[in-house]
Design a binder for this molecule. Sequence first.
Ligand code: SF4
Length: 418
Amino acid sequence: MIDFERLRILTESAKYDVSCSSSGSSRRNTKRGLGNAEMGGICHSFTEDGRCISLLKILLTNKCSYDCQYCVNRRSNDVERAEATPEEICELVMSFYRRNMIEGLFLSSAVDQSPDATMEKLLDTVIRLRKLHRFNGYIHLKGIPSADKKLIMRAGEFVDRMSFNIELPSERSLKLLAPQKSKVGILSPMGYMATEKKQALSLKYNKFLPAGQTTQMIVGASPESDGQIIRLTQGLYKKFALKRVYFSSYVPTNEKNALLPTSPVGILREHRLYQVDWLLRFYGFKAEEILDENENLPEGYDPKCHWALKHPEFFPVEINTAPAEVLLRVPGIGFKGAYKIVNARRYGKLDFLDLAKMRIVLKRAINFITCNGKFFGTENQLAVKNTLLLTSTDSVILSQLSMFSNDEIRQSVLQGEI
Ligand code: SF4
């Protein structure tokens, strides 16, 4: 059985990977309380039907033969090292699962010796779990770039989701900061898995990667603009039918490295990129529409408001007749809001009061809509801009977003709407 010290090292080392929607928290138990919260260890992910499930998030080993400059586990970094055997990981998963502490596993690994040797151990672990231990819970496996195709495809038959991290938004940055990795080594597996998944779906045999594939990109470790990141993201969704592209703001793990920023990038840029990600996936926007001559997203406005301000010719939109895809472009009307409007207007004409009852954010929408031909907004562009601008009290949000410091942001975060 794995000892606590190795468990601590292997779960702590895994916490930088955000492609399973994790969030860490560290809290000691109080007198007569129950339980501690650890930074690493258990994280959360969302299944296809929207359920939030807890996963044991762990590396097989953090002993790495690669030297990616941005990574805490890189060969040249002086950190505690540990490894676990496939059977130890299986025992851990089964014992946590039986105690109802987890519903699945997020398993990754540093590249120990070679990509093939590491991928073989990962494969051995998932096969043991499924066949020997008859574990039917969720498994998200992090694939090893440049590993043999057969190993990767075999793993796809046993796990629910696989991900290969893009890591950096350009080949140039990859060569500079992660010279042992290559664009081909990362993109090729995504390609074969996407083809296999398509075939599996067409045969109605959906056992291959039922939860699809995802990837993660580090933001701010290299000089690429938001525009480059957004175009790449759009291309990845289109070409490989990815379920999600995750963005991870760069956090320095080096004392001093001339190739990397010395301070953390901050969470606002990551948040703006996630907003664009929603616009691409659910709101019918294209990267070219969101980006303008300035390749970086504005900090003061969310990307949908920014688009609306640049396209006054598109507005106002008549709430009672506009198609859903047009409503989705109105600031303050999110995915659920547009659905409610389209549904409700089958029974009668809607007015502003009806919109308020549907929890449409009228403060934002009012300058972009008409109800039965009536317009209650202003045509003063400066006033419109000021309504949409993050106010000075939100300046805290510019550095650290809080779910509970602003009503509008809280609502959009909770509903996943923009
Ligand atoms: S291969 Fe993975 S674990 Fe190893 S240094 Fe690079 S990013 Fe870190």
